[in-house]
Design a protein around this ligand. Structure first.
Ligand SMILES: [Zn+2]
Length: 153
């Protein structure tokens, strides 16, 4: 499976969102007119913090809800549908957790997933996941280490 390309500008916006949301997990999605490239970031509010999902805290899950979920679902009927859903892990590690698998299972939407590992200091790594019908789960298809660029500007 080919990872949907995410350009440097979109990456920077996602990383900034992850740093801003810390210590909570951020979430959102990337839209694109074509199947292989995204060109817009839609930042969402992590509704996990509302406390309607008591099993998990904001640091261990994400929920897109309400108007934002409606806009996300409607995007699939438009010319720039959601292509990639992203969220952050505040332990600095990019992996698809059991909770992530459970939430994405189906797959409920035709999207890839990007997980961003972030710590109090910086974004550390990201990984991209796609649905595999063979194993009936999301599998990792790409991984990046994010260099610490502080002091190099
Ligand atoms: Zn996760």
């Amino acid at each position: 499976m080919v990872p949907i390309a995410i350009g440097p500008a979109e990456r920077e916006q996602i990383y900034a969102h992850a740093r801003r949301a810390f210590p909570a997990e951020c979430c959102g999605y990337l839209i694109g007119a074509t199947e292989c490239l995204v060109d817009g970031v839609v930042e969402c509010r992590n509704a996990q913090e509302d406390g309607e999902h008591p099993a998990r805290g904001a640091d261990r899950g994400f929920v897109i809800a309400g108007r934002e979920l409606l806009a996300f679902a409607k995007s699939f009927d438009g010319s720039q549908p959601a292509r990639v859903v992203y969220h952050s892990h505040t332990n600095g590690r990019a992996y698809f957790s059991d909770v992530d698998q459970a939430l994405a299972r189906g797959p409920a939407y035709p999207v890839q997933h990007l997980v961003v590992g972030v710590t109090a200091e910086r974004v550390t790594e990201t990984a991209q996941f796609a649905w595999s019908a063979d194993v009936a789960a999301y599998v990792e298809i790409a991984r990046w280490t994010v260099e610490d660029t502080r002091g190099h500007s």
